[in-house]
Design a protein around this ligand. Structure first.
Ligand code: PMV
Length: 350
């Protein structure tokens, strides 16, 4: 019957870049000035859950996030929906019996299990989940890499949340973005010991959006030119090797250097942008102190366009790394979960 509701649900986890995407060469298509590489967090950690439905009885396309209606008239969301509908039309053209879903309005319902727009890559998980939920609803014969081309147009970093594990986003050379895609460097089970601890230094909305910050950086930082041309290409290769070799020391060195280089570029803009705050810098010093105490690199910090720290470490060192942070900030919320409870407190630097 023509009031039937078609539905599909999916999860997409947050990804945190270890080689940062920063700078667009095309703002409409979200084409980056440099390639980037990230680790997709576990679905048990930070993630978006999205259900997409369509029906001929729906009158408008709608999106709600954590129960509040969202504006979907923006060019980014519209680009994703347009591309997905076009692919569905291609399916319908080949299978005349297939229901005409592309002509129906969409209802999209998303839930984040973490604060939105607080520099916790909410847009990455959000657009990845939206694109996959609609692609599943439409039964598109699209691979994660195909979908990454669409999610990228929602939010650049979203293209890396369609795959688990270790994911690279190749900047591509074409002007139409057809080769600006994400691919898997290694699946999560290649190096399953990798853990990420997220320290929320502030859950407030960031003051300079990533789009505005990138624009300002491209326009006014000479350090950024050097980063995009010289620094990142070499680091991408070195990072892929570190991951293939499961070499945590190399992974940690590159991660921390790239975060610092990215924040240095922001400081080099006119006017300067400060994403890190005093709490962020305290987290950097704590990582340094832990690594110094154990006389090797067992943890690595990284910061996106906001003050929150993400600390990578291997499972074996949970007590030394997460335990030390818990001892320091154990009074704050966030340790209630299964993993938080498993982290012992009282780890003291030797
Ligand atoms: O995807 P956007 O436009 O929110 O930009 C993300 C930029 C960083 O998080 C700072 C870096 C990255 O590669 O994820």
């Amino acid at each position: 019957n023509n009031r039937e509701v078609y539905r599909a649900s999916t999860y997409a986890p947050v990804n945190i870049a270890v080689i940062k995407y920063w700078g667009k060469r095309n703002t409409t298509l979200n084409l980056p000035t440099n390639s980037s590489l990230s680790v997709t967090l576990s679905q048990d950690d930070l993630r978006t859950h999205t259900t997409a439905s369509c029906s001929s009885s729906f009158t408008d396309d709608t999106l709600s996030l954590n129960g509040s209606p969202q504006d979907i008239s923006g060019a980014r969301t519209q680009a994703c929906l347009r591309e997905l509908r076009q692919l569905r039309k291609d399916v319908e053209a080949q299978e005349p019996q297939a229901p005409k879903l592309a002509d129906m309005k969409l209802q999209i319902v998303s839930e984040n299990n973490f604060p939105t727009a607080a520099g916790l890559a909410s847009s990455a998980a959000g657009f990845a989940a939206l694109v996959r939920a609609v692609a599943d609803l439409y039964h598109l014969p699209a691979s994660p890499t195909d979908l990454s081309r669409i999610a990228r147009q929602g939010s650049g970093s979203a293209c890396r949340s369609l795959m688990g594990g270790y994911v690279a986003w190749e900047k591509g050379k074409q002007d139409d973005g057809s080769d600006s895609l994400a691919y898997e460097v290694a699946p999560a089970n290649h190096w399953p010991e990798m853990k990420a601890l997220v320290l929320v230094a502030s859950a407030e909305k960031k003051d300079v959006s990533s789009t505005a910050g990138m624009q300002q950086t491209v326009a006014s930082s000479t350090l950024f030119e050097h980063r995009a041309k010289e620094v990142v290409p070499k680091r991408m290769k070195a990072m892929e090797k570190a991951i293939h070799d499961r070499d945590f020391a190399a992974f940690a060195t590159l991660t921390m250097k790239d975060s610092n280089n990215f924040h240095a570029c922001n400081l080099d803009t006119d006017p300067p942008i400060f994403y890190m705050n005093d709490v962020s810098r305290a987290a950097v010093r704590m990582c340094e102190a832990i690594n110094f105490s154990y006389d090797r690199l067992i943890c690595a910090y990284t910061f996106d366009a906001g003050p929150n720290a993400v600390i990578y470490y291997l499972d074996d060192h949970e007590n030394e790394v997460a335990g030390t942070f818990k001892e320091l900030v154990g009074g704050v919320k966030g340790w209630e979960g299964k993993r938080g409870a498993a982290v012992k407190d009282g780890a003291k630097l030797p």
